[in-house]
Design a protein around this ligand. Structure first.
Ligand SMILES: [Zn+2]
Length: 290
């Protein structure tokens, strides 16, 4: 059960809430599996300790539905699923190239899905709370209300994607010193707690795609895997053309480290109104990793 107030509008939600991963998506996986489900880069264990499961767990979030005046679930459907579904199917099922507004719809769908999937109030029947304690991603609640009001994601969300082939040829990963992202506090209410998440989906031919979302409030970051051409930036600024069949393929080891260049929740900093943190890359894990 995901009782509580709607994460988008605050209306009471008395039912079980709404599916974070839409029902149509589960049809992709009919007869497939087994699946391993990750929180960050850690496989999530079932009650018996194993990590493989026959189907993906249902993830529920308090979102109001058609019995609420604001019907945020209907809005989610109109805003993300209707436009996103054909693109998700083209890219993930058929490995077809998409371009222009189709890439934007795909990128928005992915961003929405990762944000909701790791929301601290997201629950699954099988695992319980995915989020707290130690939730990896908690956007300021004002960010989701603004998304509902304007359709625009909060600033400082970045999303990358990579294709992983567990049996692929080893690729050379870039050398990096992990960046420690700070939680940022600013008197004008901007900022928030940084966070990140990885979510994978299966592809044909035993490959999978891994999406990496990072919330880096008031900090600019640069991803060494993007600079090395190994991952593709989806958000903000989706590419003009997305051809998943032409993307570089990472082997399993590279897939495991593609999110490790950044560490979240290292420290807390306060900024002046209007100020951004000038260079996150200067906040290094010097003592922790030397
Ligand atoms: Zn609502």
């Amino acid at each position: 059960m995901a009782n509580g107030d709607c994460v988008f509008c605050g209306a009471p939600v008395s039912s079980q809430g709404e599916h974070v991963l839409p029902r149509w998506l589960f049809k992709r996986w009919a007869g497939q599996g087994p699946f391993t489900f990750f929180q960050g880069d850690k496989p999530i264990a079932k009650r018996d300790g194993t990590t493989e499961r026959a189907q993906l767990p249902r993830v529920m979030l308090p979102v109001c539905g058609s019995n609420s005046p604001s019907n945020c679930n209907g809005w989610l459907d109109r805003t993300f699923e209707v436009e996103g579904r054909p693109q998700v199917e083209a890219v993930l099922d058929n490995l077809q190239p998409i371009e222009g507004s189709a890439v934007v719809a795909f990128a928005r769908w992915v961003t929405k899905t990762l944000v909701l999937h790791d929301h601290p109030l997201a629950v699954t029947s099988e695992i319980g709370h995915l989020g707290l304690p130690g939730s990896l991603l908690e956007l300021p609640s004002s960010g989701l209300r603004e998304l509902r009001r304007t359709g625009q994601f909060p600033d400082d969300i970045s999303v990358w994607m990579a294709v992983i082939d567990p049996d692929g040829t080893p690729v050379t990963v870039p050398e990096f010193e992990p960046v420690i992202l700070p939680d940022v506090d600013r008197p004008d209410g901007a900022g928030g707690d940084c966070g990140g998440t990885l979510l994978g989906f299966s592809l044909p031919e035993d490959k999978h795609v891994l999406f990496h979302l990072l919330f880096h409030p008031l900090c600019d970051v640069s991803n060494p895997f993007e600079s090395a051409g190994l991952v593709t930036r989806l958000w903000p600024a989706p590419p003009a053309v997305l051809d998943i069949a032409a993307l570089p393929v990472l082997d399993e080891e590279a897939g495991k480290v593609m999110g490790k260049w950044v560490v979240t929740g290292g420290s807390s900093i306060s900024l002046q109104p209007g100020e951004r943190w000038p260079d996150c890359a200067m906040v290094r894990a010097l003592s922790a990793f030397s």
